[in-house]
Design a protein around this ligand. Structure first.
Ligand SMILES: Nc1ncnc2c1ncn2[C@@H]1O[C@H](COP(=O)(O)OP(=O)(O)OP(=O)(O)O)[C@@H](O)[C@H]1O
Length: 254
């Protein structure tokens, strides 16, 4: 039943000057699941992600969100339909506090621009909501700290809080644990799990233990095409997947 899939791509293809980076990809992301897109370097994960998030236009194929064709829909309109890509750290305001950053995101989600001079009474309900979001991502203690002073892991957590401020039904995470130390990775995994109920999450992730921990379903890309799909148990023992990773000189264990 198509209804079970919140996001679908059909024959998604992207060429760069004659080179096919993503080739006829039919991806189906089940509603309320965590789905990971993995594959060796150069497999086409980032290109695929950029196509889905509308940062790139496909050469051919279609993208459907909840059965609606969004292939030519602008990123801002896609966000309004409930699919949001996690903001990059650079999108936060380094000189503002964590709390102020989440307030800005909340105001944006209401279609307002942020006014610091608004009365305390106008801002009070927003402040409460922002504090709840910070608490959700384990950052309540850093509410009044300036973002520029936060360590990397906390910046990434704040990035998630500002994304959640838009209350997306579908969340697209681009390497959520990239560049993190072991402790931050564990914290981020717990965080993604905590925010996942009633949401649909698609993530590109290199850390396979994170993928194993979180994913309901995994799609393996290789040379721009879907090589295998399934739960981690099946994927990790699939000889084609092992070969694709080993062929690239990456660890033999998947
Ligand atoms: N703008 C571009 N112009 C030309 N070729 C590109 C462009 N973007 C990506 N490619 C090529 O498409 C292929 C897939 O790249 P992509 O970055 O999507 O792979 P990936 O799976 O995300 O790799 P990695 O794990 O290394 O990030 C690569 O061969 C890359 O060189």
């Amino acid at each position: 039943m198509t209804d079970d899939f919140l996001l679908e791509t059909r024959g998604l293809t992207r060429e760069f000057s004659g080179f096919t980076a993503v080739n006829k990809v039919d991806l189906r992301v089940r509603r309320h699941s965590i789905h990971a897109l993995i594959g060796p370097n150069g497999a086409g994960k980032t290109t695929c992600f950029n196509l889905i998030t509308k940062f790139l236009q496909p050469s051919s194929g279609a993208i459907l969100l909840d059965g609606r064709d969004i292939t030519r829909t602008k990123p801002a309109d896609v966000a309004r339909l409930g699919m949001v890509r996690s903001f990059q750290i650079s999108a936060t305001f380094p000189q503002l506090t964590s709390l102020e950053n989440v307030e800005v995101a909340l105001q944006r989600s209401l279609g307002r621009s942020f006014h610091f001079w608004r009365s305390k009474r106008t801002l009070a309900p927003l402040r409460e909501q922002a504090m709840t979001l910070l608490d959700d991502v384990g950052l309540a203690f850093a509410a009044n700290r300036v973002v520029a002073d936060l360590p990397y892991g906390q910046k990434r957590a704040l990035e998630l809080a500002t994304t959640l401020a838009l209350n997306p039904e579908m969340l697209l995470l681009d390497e959520p644990t990239a560049g993190m130390g072991r402790e931050d990775v564990a914290r981020t995994v717990a965080l993604i799990r905590r925010i996942s109920p009633n949401r649909t999450i698609l993530m590109v992730e290199h850390n396979l233990s994170v993928v194993a921990d979180l994913s309901d379903r995994i799609t393996v890309l290789a040379r721009g095409e879907i090589l295998a799909e399934g739960a981690y148990g099946a994927i990790s023992t699939d000889p084609r997947v092992k070969e694709a990773y080993m062929g690239k000189g990456e660890p033999a264990h998947v």
